[in-house]
Design a protein around this ligand. Sequence first.
Ligand SMILES: Nc1nc2c(ncn2[C@@H]2O[C@H](COP(=O)(O)OP(=O)(O)OP(=O)(O)O)[C@@H](O)[C@H]2O)c(=O)[nH]1
Length: 350
Amino acid sequence: MLRFWFKEFPQYPCDHTDYWRTRLISYALLVTTSYFLLLTIINIVTFSNFSLALLDGTGLLFSLGIFAWFRATGNVTVASWAVTIMVTALILLFVTSAKGYSHSLYWATLVPPFAFFLLGRKFGTAVSTFTFFICVLVVYKQMETQQPGYFAFGSLLNVIEVSVAHILLFRFYEQARSSAYNTLAIRNTEILQLAETDKLTGLFNREKLESTLITLLSKVDEQHPLSVMLLDVDHFKKINDQYGHFEGDKVLRVLAKKLQELMREEDVVARWGGEEFVVLCATTSLEKAMQLAQRIREDIAKQVISGHALTISVGVAQYVPSDSLDSLLGRADVGLYQAKNNGRNSVIAA
Ligand SMILES: Nc1nc2c(ncn2[C@@H]2O[C@H](COP(=O)(O)OP(=O)(O)OP(=O)(O)O)[C@@H](O)[C@H]2O)c(=O)[nH]1
Protein backbone atom coordinates (compact mmCIF):
# COMPACT_ATOMS: atom_id res chain seq x y z
CA MET A 1 0.00 0.00 0.00
CA LEU A 2 2.82 2.38 0.87
CA ARG A 3 4.99 1.33 -2.03
CA PHE A 4 4.80 4.80 -3.58
CA TRP A 5 6.54 6.20 -0.47
CA PHE A 6 9.64 4.02 -0.76
CA LYS A 7 11.60 4.96 -3.84
CA GLU A 8 14.23 2.53 -5.10
CA PHE A 9 17.33 4.47 -6.03
CA PRO A 10 19.31 2.76 -8.83
CA GLN A 11 22.54 4.20 -7.37
CA TYR A 12 21.83 2.33 -4.08
CA PRO A 13 21.17 -1.35 -4.95
CA CYS A 14 20.33 -3.60 -2.01
CA ASP A 15 23.98 -4.60 -1.47
CA HIS A 16 25.13 -0.96 -1.36
CA THR A 17 26.32 0.31 2.04
CA ASP A 18 23.77 3.15 1.91
CA TYR A 19 20.76 1.05 0.88
CA TRP A 20 19.42 0.58 4.41
CA ARG A 21 20.03 4.25 5.18
CA THR A 22 17.71 5.21 2.34
CA ARG A 23 15.12 2.85 3.85
CA LEU A 24 15.42 4.27 7.38
CA ILE A 25 15.22 7.84 6.06
CA SER A 26 12.01 6.94 4.22
CA TYR A 27 10.54 5.16 7.28
CA ALA A 28 11.43 8.06 9.58
CA LEU A 29 9.93 10.62 7.19
CA LEU A 30 6.78 8.52 6.86
CA VAL A 31 6.38 8.46 10.66
CA THR A 32 7.13 12.19 11.16
CA THR A 33 4.89 13.23 8.24
CA SER A 34 1.98 11.09 9.56
CA TYR A 35 2.61 12.39 13.09
CA PHE A 36 2.53 16.06 12.06
CA LEU A 37 -0.49 15.54 9.81
CA LEU A 38 -2.41 13.82 12.60
CA LEU A 39 -1.55 16.50 15.17
CA THR A 40 -2.45 19.30 12.76
CA ILE A 41 -5.86 17.76 12.13
CA ILE A 42 -6.50 17.03 15.83
CA ASN A 43 -5.49 20.55 16.86
CA ILE A 44 -7.79 22.10 14.27
CA VAL A 45 -10.76 19.75 14.51
CA THR A 46 -10.77 18.65 18.16
CA PHE A 47 -9.05 21.43 20.11
CA SER A 48 -9.43 24.41 17.76
CA ASN A 49 -5.89 25.33 18.82
CA PHE A 50 -4.75 27.09 15.66
CA SER A 51 -1.38 28.26 16.92
CA LEU A 52 -0.39 24.67 17.78
CA ALA A 53 -1.89 23.52 14.48
CA LEU A 54 0.31 26.09 12.73
CA LEU A 55 3.38 24.71 14.51
CA ASP A 56 2.47 21.14 13.55
CA GLY A 57 1.63 22.25 10.00
CA THR A 58 5.13 23.78 9.76
CA GLY A 59 6.60 20.46 10.93
CA LEU A 60 4.48 18.67 8.33
CA LEU A 61 5.77 20.93 5.55
CA PHE A 62 9.35 20.51 6.79
CA SER A 63 9.03 16.72 6.84
CA LEU A 64 7.39 16.61 3.39
CA GLY A 65 10.02 19.04 2.11
CA ILE A 66 12.87 16.75 3.19
CA PHE A 67 11.03 13.78 1.67
CA ALA A 68 10.49 15.51 -1.71
CA TRP A 69 14.06 16.79 -1.76
CA PHE A 70 15.45 13.35 -0.86
CA ARG A 71 13.40 11.66 -3.59
CA ALA A 72 14.64 14.20 -6.13
CA THR A 73 18.33 14.20 -5.20
CA GLY A 74 18.94 10.84 -3.47
CA ASN A 75 21.49 12.64 -1.27
CA VAL A 76 21.76 10.23 1.68
CA THR A 77 24.29 12.25 3.70
CA VAL A 78 22.26 15.46 3.80
CA ALA A 79 18.95 13.62 4.27
CA SER A 80 20.49 11.63 7.16
CA TRP A 81 21.47 14.84 8.89
CA ALA A 82 18.09 16.46 8.20
CA VAL A 83 16.17 13.46 9.58
CA THR A 84 18.42 13.05 12.64
CA ILE A 85 18.19 16.75 13.47
CA MET A 86 14.41 16.70 13.05
CA VAL A 87 13.90 13.58 15.19
CA THR A 88 16.36 14.76 17.86
CA ALA A 89 14.83 18.25 17.93
CA LEU A 90 11.33 16.81 18.28
CA ILE A 91 12.39 14.56 21.15
CA LEU A 92 14.31 17.32 22.94
CA LEU A 93 11.39 19.70 22.48
CA PHE A 94 9.14 17.16 24.14
CA VAL A 95 11.62 16.44 26.97
CA THR A 96 12.14 20.12 27.76
CA SER A 97 8.45 21.01 27.45
CA ALA A 98 7.55 18.09 29.76
CA LYS A 99 10.21 19.40 32.15
CA GLY A 100 12.04 16.11 32.29
CA TYR A 101 9.27 13.97 33.73
CA SER A 102 10.51 10.42 33.71
CA HIS A 103 8.26 9.19 30.90
CA SER A 104 9.44 12.01 28.60
CA LEU A 105 13.10 11.09 29.16
CA TYR A 106 12.37 7.63 27.82
CA TRP A 107 12.00 9.17 24.34
CA ALA A 108 15.66 10.22 24.41
CA THR A 109 16.69 6.57 24.15
CA LEU A 110 15.50 6.62 20.52
CA VAL A 111 18.22 9.06 19.50
CA PRO A 112 21.27 6.69 19.54
CA PRO A 113 19.72 4.05 17.21
CA PHE A 114 18.86 6.83 14.75
CA ALA A 115 22.04 8.84 15.03
CA PHE A 116 24.47 5.90 14.89
CA PHE A 117 22.72 4.27 11.94
CA LEU A 118 22.34 7.42 9.88
CA LEU A 119 25.45 9.42 10.83
CA GLY A 120 27.98 6.76 11.76
CA ARG A 121 30.09 6.31 14.90
CA LYS A 122 31.66 9.76 15.21
CA PHE A 123 28.61 11.96 14.69
CA GLY A 124 26.32 9.34 16.25
CA THR A 125 28.33 9.65 19.46
CA ALA A 126 28.24 13.45 19.27
CA VAL A 127 24.46 13.70 18.71
CA SER A 128 23.68 11.06 21.37
CA THR A 129 25.98 12.72 23.91
CA PHE A 130 24.39 16.10 23.22
CA THR A 131 20.89 14.66 23.64
CA PHE A 132 21.70 12.91 26.91
CA PHE A 133 23.50 16.01 28.16
CA ILE A 134 20.31 18.07 27.62
CA CYS A 135 18.33 15.35 29.43
CA VAL A 136 20.73 15.44 32.39
CA LEU A 137 20.48 19.22 32.45
CA VAL A 138 16.68 19.10 32.45
CA VAL A 139 16.64 16.59 35.31
CA TYR A 140 19.20 18.69 37.20
CA LYS A 141 16.98 21.76 36.84
CA GLN A 142 14.03 19.72 38.04
CA MET A 143 16.03 18.68 41.14
CA GLU A 144 16.43 22.32 42.08
CA THR A 145 12.66 22.85 42.11
CA GLN A 146 12.09 19.59 44.04
CA GLN A 147 9.19 18.92 41.71
CA PRO A 148 7.80 15.44 42.32
CA GLY A 149 7.44 13.28 39.25
CA TYR A 150 4.08 11.83 38.42
CA PHE A 151 2.79 9.24 36.03
CA ALA A 152 -0.48 9.65 34.21
CA PHE A 153 -2.15 7.64 31.44
CA GLY A 154 -0.25 9.78 28.93
CA SER A 155 3.03 8.71 30.54
CA LEU A 156 2.05 5.06 30.12
CA LEU A 157 1.27 5.66 26.45
CA ASN A 158 4.67 7.33 26.05
CA VAL A 159 6.48 4.33 27.50
CA ILE A 160 4.51 1.96 25.25
CA GLU A 161 5.17 4.10 22.15
CA VAL A 162 8.93 4.29 22.77
CA SER A 163 9.09 0.56 23.47
CA VAL A 164 7.35 -0.16 20.16
CA ALA A 165 9.68 2.28 18.36
CA HIS A 166 12.68 0.55 19.95
CA ILE A 167 11.51 -2.88 18.83
CA LEU A 168 10.88 -1.62 15.29
CA LEU A 169 14.26 0.10 15.11
CA PHE A 170 16.15 -2.93 16.37
CA ARG A 171 14.21 -5.17 13.97
CA PHE A 172 15.34 -2.78 11.27
CA TYR A 173 18.97 -3.06 12.38
CA GLU A 174 18.79 -6.82 12.45
CA GLN A 175 17.31 -6.90 8.95
CA ALA A 176 20.05 -4.59 7.66
CA ARG A 177 22.75 -6.68 9.36
CA SER A 178 21.47 -10.06 8.20
CA SER A 179 20.93 -8.74 4.68
CA ALA A 180 24.54 -7.53 4.62
CA TYR A 181 25.79 -10.90 5.88
CA ASN A 182 23.70 -12.80 3.32
CA THR A 183 25.01 -10.63 0.50
CA LEU A 184 28.53 -11.17 1.80
CA ALA A 185 28.04 -14.94 1.95
CA ILE A 186 26.75 -15.00 -1.65
CA ARG A 187 29.67 -12.84 -2.80
CA ASN A 188 32.13 -15.10 -0.95
CA THR A 189 30.73 -18.16 -2.70
CA GLU A 190 30.99 -16.38 -6.05
CA ILE A 191 34.57 -15.28 -5.33
CA LEU A 192 35.52 -18.78 -4.22
CA GLN A 193 34.00 -20.23 -7.37
CA LEU A 194 35.85 -17.70 -9.53
CA ALA A 195 39.10 -18.43 -7.71
CA GLU A 196 38.91 -22.14 -8.47
CA THR A 197 37.38 -22.10 -11.96
CA ASP A 198 39.12 -21.80 -15.30
CA LYS A 199 37.43 -18.87 -17.01
CA LEU A 200 37.55 -20.24 -20.56
CA THR A 201 36.35 -23.82 -20.01
CA GLY A 202 34.53 -23.66 -16.67
CA LEU A 203 36.64 -26.61 -15.44
CA PHE A 204 38.65 -26.53 -12.21
CA ASN A 205 41.78 -24.41 -12.63
CA ARG A 206 45.33 -25.34 -11.65
CA GLU A 207 45.04 -24.04 -8.05
CA LYS A 208 41.88 -26.02 -7.38
CA LEU A 209 43.41 -29.07 -9.06
CA GLU A 210 46.43 -28.93 -6.75
CA SER A 211 44.35 -28.54 -3.60
CA THR A 212 42.07 -31.41 -4.71
CA LEU A 213 45.10 -33.58 -5.45
CA ILE A 214 46.50 -32.91 -1.95
CA THR A 215 43.17 -34.00 -0.45
CA LEU A 216 43.04 -37.14 -2.60
CA LEU A 217 46.65 -38.06 -1.78
CA SER A 218 45.80 -38.12 1.93
CA LYS A 219 43.28 -40.90 1.20
CA VAL A 220 45.62 -43.12 -0.83
CA ASP A 221 46.41 -46.63 0.47
CA GLU A 222 46.82 -50.08 -1.09
CA GLN A 223 43.10 -50.49 -1.69
CA HIS A 224 42.71 -46.94 -2.93
CA PRO A 225 45.46 -46.17 -5.47
CA LEU A 226 45.45 -42.86 -7.30
CA SER A 227 46.37 -42.20 -10.92
CA VAL A 228 46.68 -38.99 -12.89
CA MET A 229 46.45 -38.29 -16.61
CA LEU A 230 47.98 -35.37 -18.44
CA LEU A 231 46.21 -34.78 -21.77
CA ASP A 232 47.39 -32.48 -24.54
CA VAL A 233 45.71 -31.63 -27.85
CA ASP A 234 47.91 -32.56 -30.81
CA HIS A 235 48.94 -29.77 -33.18
CA PHE A 236 46.58 -27.32 -31.55
CA LYS A 237 48.66 -24.43 -32.82
CA LYS A 238 47.46 -25.23 -36.34
CA ILE A 239 43.86 -24.51 -35.36
CA ASN A 240 44.85 -21.13 -33.96
CA ASP A 241 47.00 -20.35 -36.98
CA GLN A 242 44.41 -21.47 -39.51
CA TYR A 243 41.16 -20.35 -37.92
CA GLY A 244 42.20 -17.75 -35.36
CA HIS A 245 42.38 -17.60 -31.56
CA PHE A 246 38.61 -17.28 -31.02
CA GLU A 247 38.01 -20.51 -32.91
CA GLY A 248 40.83 -22.08 -30.84
CA ASP A 249 39.04 -20.95 -27.66
CA LYS A 250 35.77 -22.43 -28.89
CA VAL A 251 37.47 -25.77 -29.59
CA LEU A 252 38.97 -25.79 -26.07
CA ARG A 253 35.55 -25.10 -24.54
CA VAL A 254 33.84 -27.87 -26.49
CA LEU A 255 36.69 -30.29 -25.83
CA ALA A 256 36.56 -29.55 -22.09
CA LYS A 257 32.84 -30.37 -22.08
CA LYS A 258 33.46 -33.57 -24.05
CA LEU A 259 36.20 -34.66 -21.64
CA GLN A 260 33.88 -34.22 -18.71
CA GLU A 261 31.21 -36.26 -20.42
CA LEU A 262 33.64 -39.05 -21.28
CA MET A 263 35.20 -39.30 -17.80
CA ARG A 264 33.61 -41.15 -14.94
CA GLU A 265 31.60 -39.10 -12.45
CA GLU A 266 34.20 -39.50 -9.73
CA ASP A 267 37.12 -38.29 -11.91
CA VAL A 268 38.26 -34.72 -11.43
CA VAL A 269 38.91 -32.91 -14.71
CA ALA A 270 40.88 -29.65 -14.70
CA ARG A 271 42.58 -27.36 -17.16
CA TRP A 272 46.29 -27.39 -16.51
CA GLY A 273 46.94 -24.45 -18.85
CA GLY A 274 46.98 -23.78 -22.60
CA GLU A 275 45.66 -26.86 -24.40
CA GLU A 276 46.63 -29.24 -21.58
CA PHE A 277 44.18 -30.94 -19.21
CA VAL A 278 44.68 -33.06 -16.10
CA VAL A 279 42.40 -35.81 -14.83
CA LEU A 280 42.65 -37.14 -11.27
CA CYS A 281 41.38 -40.70 -10.99
CA ALA A 282 40.84 -41.72 -7.37
CA THR A 283 40.73 -45.42 -6.46
CA THR A 284 42.20 -46.22 -9.88
CA SER A 285 45.28 -48.34 -10.61
CA LEU A 286 47.71 -47.52 -13.40
CA GLU A 287 46.32 -50.37 -15.47
CA LYS A 288 42.74 -49.14 -15.10
CA ALA A 289 43.79 -45.55 -15.79
CA MET A 290 45.58 -46.66 -18.98
CA GLN A 291 42.41 -48.38 -20.21
CA LEU A 292 40.38 -45.28 -19.41
CA ALA A 293 42.88 -43.00 -21.16
CA GLN A 294 42.93 -45.24 -24.27
CA ARG A 295 39.14 -45.22 -24.44
CA ILE A 296 39.04 -41.45 -24.19
CA ARG A 297 41.80 -40.98 -26.78
CA GLU A 298 39.89 -43.22 -29.21
CA ASP A 299 36.59 -41.45 -28.55
CA ILE A 300 38.11 -38.03 -29.16
CA ALA A 301 39.79 -39.22 -32.36
CA LYS A 302 36.46 -40.53 -33.65
CA GLN A 303 34.47 -37.40 -32.86
CA VAL A 304 34.32 -34.04 -34.57
CA ILE A 305 35.00 -31.33 -31.97
CA SER A 306 33.42 -28.04 -32.95
CA GLY A 307 33.93 -28.87 -36.62
CA HIS A 308 37.53 -30.12 -36.20
CA ALA A 309 39.06 -33.59 -36.22
CA LEU A 310 41.31 -33.68 -33.14
CA THR A 311 43.60 -36.16 -31.51
CA ILE A 312 45.09 -36.11 -28.03
CA SER A 313 48.24 -37.48 -26.45
CA VAL A 314 48.14 -38.68 -22.86
CA GLY A 315 50.72 -39.34 -20.14
CA VAL A 316 49.58 -41.49 -17.21
CA ALA A 317 51.18 -42.04 -13.80
CA GLN A 318 50.16 -43.79 -10.59
CA TYR A 319 51.06 -42.34 -7.21
CA VAL A 320 53.84 -44.13 -5.30
CA PRO A 321 54.65 -43.41 -1.63
CA SER A 322 57.90 -41.62 -2.50
CA ASP A 323 56.00 -39.17 -4.78
CA SER A 324 55.44 -35.52 -4.11
CA LEU A 325 52.73 -33.60 -5.93
CA ASP A 326 55.31 -32.30 -8.41
CA SER A 327 57.02 -35.64 -9.00
CA LEU A 328 53.67 -37.37 -9.67
CA LEU A 329 52.59 -34.75 -12.21
CA GLY A 330 56.18 -34.67 -13.51
CA ARG A 331 56.05 -38.38 -14.31
CA ALA A 332 52.72 -37.95 -16.13
CA ASP A 333 54.41 -35.15 -18.10
CA VAL A 334 57.26 -37.51 -19.04
CA GLY A 335 54.64 -39.97 -20.33
CA LEU A 336 53.00 -37.18 -22.34
CA TYR A 337 56.34 -36.14 -23.79
CA GLN A 338 56.99 -39.71 -24.91
CA ALA A 339 53.49 -39.97 -26.39
CA LYS A 340 54.20 -36.84 -28.45
CA ASN A 341 57.56 -38.27 -29.54
CA ASN A 342 55.85 -41.54 -30.51
CA GLY A 343 53.94 -39.69 -33.19
CA ARG A 344 51.06 -38.36 -30.98
CA ASN A 345 47.50 -39.73 -30.64
CA SER A 346 48.76 -42.23 -28.09
CA VAL A 347 48.88 -43.03 -24.37
CA ILE A 348 52.11 -43.72 -22.43
CA ALA A 349 52.52 -44.61 -18.75
CA ALA A 350 55.54 -43.36 -16.82
N1 LIG B 1 42.95 -20.33 -28.59
C1 LIG B 1 43.76 -20.57 -27.57
N2 LIG B 1 44.99 -21.04 -27.80
C2 LIG B 1 45.81 -21.30 -26.76
C3 LIG B 1 45.41 -21.07 -25.43
N3 LIG B 1 46.44 -21.40 -24.61
C4 LIG B 1 47.44 -21.83 -25.42
N4 LIG B 1 47.06 -21.77 -26.72
C5 LIG B 1 47.79 -22.11 -27.92
O1 LIG B 1 48.07 -23.48 -27.95
C6 LIG B 1 49.14 -23.67 -28.86
C7 LIG B 1 50.06 -24.69 -28.32
O2 LIG B 1 51.06 -24.89 -29.27
P1 LIG B 1 52.24 -25.89 -29.08
O3 LIG B 1 52.73 -25.83 -27.67
O4 LIG B 1 53.24 -25.58 -30.17
O5 LIG B 1 51.62 -27.28 -29.26
P2 LIG B 1 50.74 -27.92 -30.42
O6 LIG B 1 50.59 -27.05 -31.62
O7 LIG B 1 49.46 -28.38 -29.78
O8 LIG B 1 51.62 -29.13 -30.81
P3 LIG B 1 51.93 -30.43 -29.97
O9 LIG B 1 51.50 -30.21 -28.55
O10 LIG B 1 53.40 -30.63 -30.06
O11 LIG B 1 51.15 -31.51 -30.61
C8 LIG B 1 49.79 -22.30 -29.05
O12 LIG B 1 49.47 -21.82 -30.34
C9 LIG B 1 49.12 -21.43 -27.99
O13 LIG B 1 48.99 -20.10 -28.42
C10 LIG B 1 44.08 -20.55 -25.21
O14 LIG B 1 43.63 -20.33 -24.08
N5 LIG B 1 43.31 -20.34 -26.30
